[in-house]
Design a binder for this molecule. Structure first.
Ligand SMILES: C[S@@+](CC[C@H](N)C(=O)[O-])C[C@H]1O[C@@H](n2cnc3c(N)ncnc32)[C@H](O)[C@@H]1O
Length: 131
């Protein structure tokens, strides 16, 4: 069964993969569900998870088909940005970059700017952060 989903998402357009569900949108817009932590089990390419995130839910999508998760990541990219207001040596930005996510890092402190230097070295060639 896992192989079916894995190959299906990779090579075909799956019949249910047609964007976020109207029912979910209605639940959100009517206020019957309000932003909270949410988990989308079997999230597929993430349409519903992305919709929830756009409405302020702290959502995690889970799926055993790696090809579906790859597509979900593409949907997510550009729609949300990882913000690290205390960037330090840039670990969050490094991980965000590895996951293909955009990020903004801010750091105003640090003794002798040592963390800033470390972050700049680690992040050379990636998106520019704000220090
Ligand atoms: C019918 S699709 C629905 C996908 C998505 N929720 C949507 O509405 O577009 C079911 C999804 O559940 C995933 N799935 C099925 N069994 C799973 C399991 N045991 N663990 C993780 N994901 C699973 C499949 O890979 C598939 O993406």
């Amino acid at each position: 069964m896992k192989l079916y989903y894995q190959l299906g998402y990779k090579y075909f357009s799956m019949p249910w993969d047609r964007g976020p569900r109207d029912e979910l949108l209605q639940l959100i817009e009517s206020g019957r569900i309000t932003p909270c932590r949410a988990i989308d089990l079997g999230c597929g390419t993430g349409s519903n998870a992305v919709l929830l995130a756009q409405y302020g839910f702290d959502v995690t999508g889970v799926d055993f088909a790696a090809s579906a998760i790859d597509k979900a990541k593409q949907k997510g990219t550009g729609k949300c940005i990882v913000l690290d207001p205390f960037m330090g040596s840039g670990t969050v930005a490094v991980v965000a970059t590895e996951l293909g996510r955009d990020w903004i890092g801010i750091d105003l402190g640090g003794k002798d700017g040592e963390y800033k230097k470390m972050a700049l070295e680690r992040l050379q060639g990636t998106t520019i952060g704000l220090f």
